[in-house]
Design a protein around this ligand. Structure first.
Ligand code: PLP
Length: 388
């Protein structure tokens, strides 16, 4: 059994993939070929936003989003410590200071009320109001909200806090492409949204890839410039410091083939998740994962990048994961160590206990196989191994 099965998908798409790859080999425009523009147009239309800017990875998408706003030394960028390292890494890479904010225990996404307290504490320079990094930073600039495991963050509440404090909002949608909230699709939230096409993400290529999305014409133009060494009117006119952040034409060609069946895969993911959720609902041994369907206007549909369960405690998690391992079922822990406790961020001076919800969830969470091609039989096996 696979944790994320990419082979079945490849089998289904093999001819389309081969045809798309052959086309690129025939025209030979390996860099910024027509497939890149076609992919940008298709994904912007799907998301329902004016601009999509393809780039080399989800990490580069986040980096470019911050660079486009001029984030640099002295700036504070608020984000969650319960995420993949790239979310906070790009902040540090630009010489800005990550200011961590704890998560909501139900959704594992950044807690908007805690964000409000964190910005206030930062402004006052008062760590008694909210834990703060022990390095100096001048201006509160931005918040990066993460749609963890595919579930969109609470952008209405985050937007209100951001507006109050004059922050711009970045949506880290690396795990949520295809998700919806209140009738809007993932990558349409915030001032700029960033997704990843890493193979295991909901829409993945066969290497690294990413994309920025924005409704803002000027921001889109800046992102396009940053992607190619800060280019101006032409290749040898450089108007700002940028990066080599282009998406390969071959990866765009692969994504175009995969995107054809992506909506179908999204509905399969819902069915798989629903089957799991029904099976686990009756169990008191495990806590049910984040809600993916809230009724009414705020209806939220996860992209189910991961299906994550919470155990009662660390020992029970070890026991449950052990049972699955014995049954030949792969599992993973996202994430075993919150970022404020990682060596890479020790310079910020955070301590254990600063973000109790993230620390508690990190000790109890684990993920089970989740992909559009998971069969009912395999799901029954997984459930039996866990609950049996
Ligand atoms: C995967 C991921 C990234 C980074 O994407 P890459 O394409 O691997 O660079 C950033 N943030 C989150 C939340 C991710 O899951």
């Amino acid at each position: 059994m696979e944790f994320i099965d990419l082979k079945t998908q490849q089998g289904l798409l093999r001819e389309r993939l081969d045809a798309n790859i052959r086309k690129v080999l025939a025209h030979g425009q390996y860099i910024m070929g027509p497939e890149v523009r076609a992919l940008e147009a298709q994904l912007a239309a799907y998301v329902g936003i004016a601009h999509a800017v393809a780039c080399a990875s989800g990490t580069d998408a986040l980096l470019m989003a911050l660079m486009a706003q001029g984030v640099g030394p002295g700036d504070a960028v608020f984000t969650t410590p319960f995420t993949f390292v790239a979310t906070a890494e790009v902040i540090g890479l630009l010489g800005a200071v990550p200011v961590f904010v704890d998560i909501d225990p139900e959704t594992y996404n950044i807690d908007p009320a805690a964000l409000d307290r964190a910005v206030a504490a930062f402004r006052e320079g008062d760590p008694s109001l909210h834990p703060l990094p022990r390095v100096a930073a001048g201006r509160a600039r931005a918040v990066i909200a993460v749609d963890l495991f595919g579930l969109l963050a609470d952008y209405e509440a985050i937007g209100a806090v951001a507006k109050k404090h004059g922050l711009f909002v970045v949506e880290d949608a690396a795990q949520s492409f295809g998700a919806e909230r209140g009738g809007r699709r993932s990558c349409s939230f915030g001032d700029v949204a960033c997704t990843s096409f890493f193979p295991a993400k909901p829409l993945g290529c066969y290497g690294d890839g990413g994309m920025c999305f924005t409704a803002d014409d000027d921001l889109a133009a800046t992102l396009r410039s940053l992607r190619v060494h800060g280019q101006g009117g032409d290749k040898y006119d450089n108007v700002r410091i940028g990066i080599n952040g282009r998406l390969d034409t071959l990866q765009a060609a692969i994504l175009l083939a995969k995107f054809e069946i992506f909506p179908e895969e999204m509905s399969r993911r819902q069915e798989v998740a629903d089957r799991y959720s029904r099976a686990f609902a009756a169990s008191t041994r495990l806590v049910v994962p984040p809600p993916h369907r809230e009724g009414g206007e705020g209806e939220s549909i996860s992209a189910w990048a991961q299906y994550s369960l919470l155990a009662r405690d660390e020992a029970q998690r070890a026991d449950l994961m052990g049972r699955l391992r014995e049954a030949g079922i792969p599992t993973a822990i996202y994430y075993p160590k919150p970022l404020h406790l990682q060596g890479a961020f020790s310079y910020l001076g955070y301590r254990r206990g600063d973000f109790p919800v993230s620390e508690d969830v990190a000790r109890r969470i684990f993920s089970i196989p989740m992909h559009p091609y998971l069969t009912e039989t395999d799901q029954e096996r997984i459930v039996r191994a866990l609950l049996g």
